[in-house]
Design a protein around this ligand. Structure first.
Ligand code: FHN
Length: 481
């Protein structure tokens, strides 16, 4: 599978260096100050204060739900009796399914079990503050009512409902924010849409059906841009996020600029770094990994699957444990990022039970310990996350980061939270605390009984009970001044 980084690298090749905004450090944050783009993005012109205001809810949120749902949930990983390797939403590409055969799936798509109320309630019960759903993935099928293209869930299926509208209504009712994923560049069923063959990494675009041939700019002007307009204007206060994906060399700065001009009309919108054309967007988007030290000076969001696919695959049961998911969330928060955790509903609209179960468990922990996550700032320490190996190299030949899983830390103005994974025994010592600690207690202890704090040079030792209050992560709170 071609990684996003490989695809994006191709996109960057086409952009002259001058097309990339100049950067300067203002109050510790990287802000673009000028751009050679013909259309300046809002990120290039706003002040740091305006940016902080725009990003405020997103930084507070820390935890969101990604939903990959579309026609690919019907084959669910199997085509003509053969299990197709790799991620489920890529089945059309990986099995080289002809456009007409793939499009024919629409007539079978009738997800009558889809219940927007339940999905939004599930996100809430998991402690997630926002949802990002695939409005259109690379297969080109719109999961929303679209006048711009008939290959959409309302016009092309017996379902005739717009799940995006239903989710928007429920999100409004239940106080969850809603964003849309839109595959602006790859579109395997529209003539001219980009397509990658995962086994032909050297080729910038590789169609497997003449029906895909065409002109990229025409595709953009007749389908992608009109649909992005629909998404930006048909759902009232949503979307709050547009999540672009897999930009290719086809997305020139000029073409991307046409999209940016639309995005600029929605000044509160947040959009990611995957538009292409050299635009850096608001957020870095590490996929399926947590960066060793986050992205200092940039907002970032790690997107991850619970098993090994984004779109539903009936036989992928390789689910991560609740412990892993929760520790990922804490690890990400301790490095200043958000966690966008995916669910892949099936073709009837049901969320796989192992996903529901894990989300509820994470939500139980957050209901007690959420103040250590939401709206927090990164660790004041850093070494606890792990260290770079002196001998082992990563895939890029750089020293490999070896994570440690004893504890993490998040902070607010007057508190340091220590999320303890490995129970240290009857005392936790912390050398070099850069604040004065005035007290300590365990967050899950309703009485917040004071724990004895002893100074040790620059650091402290906190007396602990003999057992953790939570086997996955017990939060020690240090009050500080
Ligand atoms: O190709 C897509 C993939 O199907 C999935 O949507 C992920 C989610 O981040 N993004 C792309 C791969 O980077």
């Amino acid at each position: 599978m071609k990684t996003f980084r490989q695809v994006f690298a191709v996109a960057l090749v086409c952009c002259s260096v001058s097309a990339i905004p100049a950067l300067s450090q203002i109050e510790g944050e990287t802000i673009a100050t000028s751009t050679a783009h013909s259309v300046a993005a809002i990120q290039d012109t706003e002040t740091p204060a305006q940016r902080d205001a725009r990003m405020a809810w997103w930084r507070e949120a820390r935890f969101g739900m990604f939903i990959h749902w579309g026609l690919y949930s019907i084959p669910a990983g199997t085509w003509k009796g053969k299990q197709i390797p790799s991620i489920g939403e890529w089945i059309m590409n990986n099995a080289s399914i002809p456009v007409a055969d793939y499009k024919a799936l629409a007539s079978q798509f009738n997800p009558t079990d889809f219940n927007a109320h339940n999905i939004v309630a599930l996100a809430k019960s998991a402690g997630m503050k926002y949802i990002v759903i695939t409005a259109k993935h690379h297969d080109g099928f719109a999961m929303f009512a679209s006048k711009a293209d008939p290959f959409n869930i309302v016009d092309a299926t017996p379902f005739h409902r717009d799940p995006i509208r239903e989710l928007a209504e429920e999100c409004r009712k239940q106080g969850v924010k809603l964003g849309f994923y839109y595959s602006q560049d790859q579109d395997w069923t529209a003539p001219g849409g980009a397509a990658y063959k995962t086994d032909h990494h050297d080729l910038p675009s590789h169609h497997w059906d003449p029906a895909q041939d065409g002109d990229f700019a025409t595709y953009l002007h007749t389908k992608a841009i009109p649909q992005i307009k629909e998404l930006l204007t048909n759902y009232a206060d949503f979307p709050v996020v547009i999540w672009f994906d897999t930009p290719t060399a086809d997305m020139t700065p000029a073409l991307a600029g046409e999209i940016v001009a639309l995005l600029n009309q929605h000044p509160n919108l947040i959009w990611n770094n995957r538009l292409g054309g050299g635009y850096k967007g608001d957020t870095e988007t590490p996929e399926q990994y947590i960066p060793a030290q986050g992205f200092p000076g940039r907002d970032w969001e790690a997107c991850m699957t619970m098993n090994d696919t984004w779109g539903y695959k009936s036989y992928d049961t390789n689910f991560k444990s609740t412990e892993t998911l929760l520790r990922n969330l804490i690890d990400i928060a301790s490095k200043g990022g958000n966690y966008l955790l995916n669910i892949g509903p099936d073709s009837k609209g049901n969320v796989p039970p192992p996903e529901v179960e894990r989300l509820r468990q994470v939500g139980k922990w957050l209901a007690i310990n959420g103040e250590a996550i939401y709206g927090t700032k990164p660790t004041l320490f850093g070494g606890e996350a792990g260290s770079f190996s002196a001998t082992e190299k990563d895939a890029e030949g750089k020293p490999k980061f070896i994570p440690a899983w004893n504890w993490r830390s998040t902070t607010t103005a007057d508190k340091i939270y220590i999320e303890l994974f490995a129970w240290p025994g009857d005392s936790f010592t912390l050398p070099g605390v850069p604040r004065t600690v005035t007290g300590a207690y365990l967050l899950a202890d309703n009485s917040h009984a004071a724990l004895k704090v002893t100074k040790t040079g620059d650091g402290i030792a906190v007396a602990l009970p003999s057992h953790p209050l939570d086997n996955i992560a017990t939060v020690l709170v240090l009050t500080t001044k």
